[in-house]
Ligand binder design. Sequence first.
Ligand SMILES: [Zn+2]
Length: 424
Amino acid sequence: MSEMEVDTAGPGKLVLGEQIVDRINELAAISETKEHLARIFLTPEHRLAADMILTWMRDAGMSAHLDAIGNVCGRYEGDRPGLPCLMLGSHYDTVRDAGKWDGPLGVITAISCVADLNRRGKRLPFAIEVVGFADEEGVRFASTLLGSRAVAGTFDESVLVGGDRDGISMRDALKTFGLDPDHIGAAARARRELLGYIELHIEQGPVLEAKNLPVGVVTAIAGATRMAARLTGMAGHAGTVPMALRRDALVGAAECISTIEEFCRTDENGLVGTVGYIQAMPGATNVIPGQVSFTIDIRAPTDMHRKRAVADIVRRIEAIAKGRKLALQLDVTHENRTVPCAPWLKVQIADAIAAEGFAPLELPSGAGHDGMAMIDIADVGMLFVRCRGGISHHPDEHVELADADAGARVLLRVIENFRAGENV
Ligand SMILES: [Zn+2]
């Protein structure tokens, strides 16, 4: 048994987990349609969900408010008022036809942990703040991490003029919601106010399940490079052009795709590469494809590793194009850096996992998270919770009650044993 007393959780009882699962279901009932879960930024559902979360925060003994971008923010004072905080959070917007755990699990678990401290009358030598970010997924407008960027003070005001699919600008949507687009700067927090940022999130991948572990320590949020490739050969009649005289762009693309897979599969340091889109022109059964466009998505746990891999892959694709006499156009369409989790936070999360009796497995996050924005004002730590089959962004997304409880117990332990590092 551990040295830490959690007197609300008797043997065999999953008190934290049960409350969390109940609230996950309550929040999931707030959706654009009954059939599919969709909770999109600055919609009536966003408002209802915010009100529900604010109530939970206040019930947990926190002061709570909606900030200038629509984030829900709760604060539980330390042993004296006005202390810097350990910030916990995740997002409460969803993709369309979403699962109910991606995002809300981190917000709800953090509130349950604070509620547990509050029930025991426990105050710590630092404040705890819980933030539910209003938009992480970027479904409505062509920009992601809107909530956490506002908190980090890196919100790009140029996105305010961009419209959603109905032509409503973000500026107008904020006004309709009751927020002032000219005051988003008020949501920004200063580095000196934060001791660190810790996010609990479902893994969205199959690693923890394969290792038979309920939780894991995240090492880094992987950076990504996305490229658009276009190979141009010569279209021709499928019956008359001999094989030796063809410049078939689709066969060239197929070779590129196999090469990318082979290259990434033989890497032992977490490199992943995906070709997720391809289009062949003219696209007819009896015509040799003259032009093919496809995308490439490359991710790795470190920027140096990713950049080296991208350079290698580009060289190989260039060689394939040359060998097949295809013209190649290759453009980088998106690039984001790797966000390493702070070693001192990884140690504290790993210690809490071990104290709960689980092996503290380290794993990278292939998906993006709010920590990518929060790194600008705080050191970042992340704790992953196992999800069934690694399925996410899908209605089949599922977390077992016992795993939700394990995640909460670990997070509570991290909070209670938290020692501030150097958040510089
Ligand atoms: Zn998420």
